[in-house]
Design a protein around this ligand. Structure first.
Ligand SMILES: Cc1cc2nc3c(=O)[nH]c(=O)nc-3n(C[C@H](O)[C@H](O)[C@H](O)COP(=O)(O)O)c2cc1C
Length: 169
């Protein structure tokens, strides 16, 4: 799957098949985050790879907007430094990981942004860092309609040359 196709078809997946993700695929997903470019190459992130069922259940219980983490075979918690560009950098790394996973048939979704502090002790995250997001990964439980997205019309968010001129392709 090329990058354009991956972007076109990727959807948020919140329900996962009871099927483990092979170790080499886990490695590729983590590498996709690790290799992402960041502001001034500061790499203000840590990726905690979680596959223990008990920990996944704890994370699902603590992340109010992502109870389905409990059912995933894998979650990657993204921890960031408290620096100016860390949110942008980590967001970019998350998208890299999600697309890398999707390209090999593994779905995922972004859970959290704020409100994950209660989960920090579960993962041993130091007080000085923030638990920014938790990304559960897994093979989709149901076949998913490829690329059926609900988005604002392109011409209402894309512009040509000036804000008052819609981009119509
Ligand atoms: C910054 C950010 C935070 C998100 N937080 C959550 C969340 O806490 N729980 C959740 O189920 N989905 C979360 N999502 C996923 C969005 O709901 C999803 O990307 C959006 O609905 C589009 O889904 P689609 O690509 O399947 O159309 C988040 C997405 C982003 C980018």
């Amino acid at each position: 799957m090329n990058v354009y196709e991956a972007i076109h078809t990727m959807l948020a997946v919140r329900s996962y098949a009871d099927k483990p993700i092979p170790a080499d695929a886990v490695r590729r997903i983590v590498e996709a985050g690790w290799l992402t470019g960041s502001s001034m190459n500061m790499q203000p992130w840590h990726f905690i790879v979680v596959e223990e069922r008990a920990t996944l259940r704890q994370l699902g219980a603590l992340a109010r907007s992502g109870p389905y983490i409990a059912e995933a075979p894998l979650a990657i918690a993204v921890v960031i430094e408290r620096t100016t560009y860390a949110v942008s950098d980590a967001s970019r790394a998350i998208q890299s990981m999600m697309l890398a996973a999707w390209a090999e048939g593994i779905g995922s979704n972004w859970v959290g942004f704020h409100g994950l502090d209660a989960a920090k002790p579960v993962l041993g995250v130091p007080e000085t860092l923030d638990l920014f997001a938790i990304i559960p990964f897994g093979y989709p439980a149901q076949p998913i309609g490829k690329g059926k997205k609900r988005r604002k019309p392109l011409e209402t968010v894309a512009h040509r040359e000036r804000f008052d001129q819609p981009f119509t392709g």
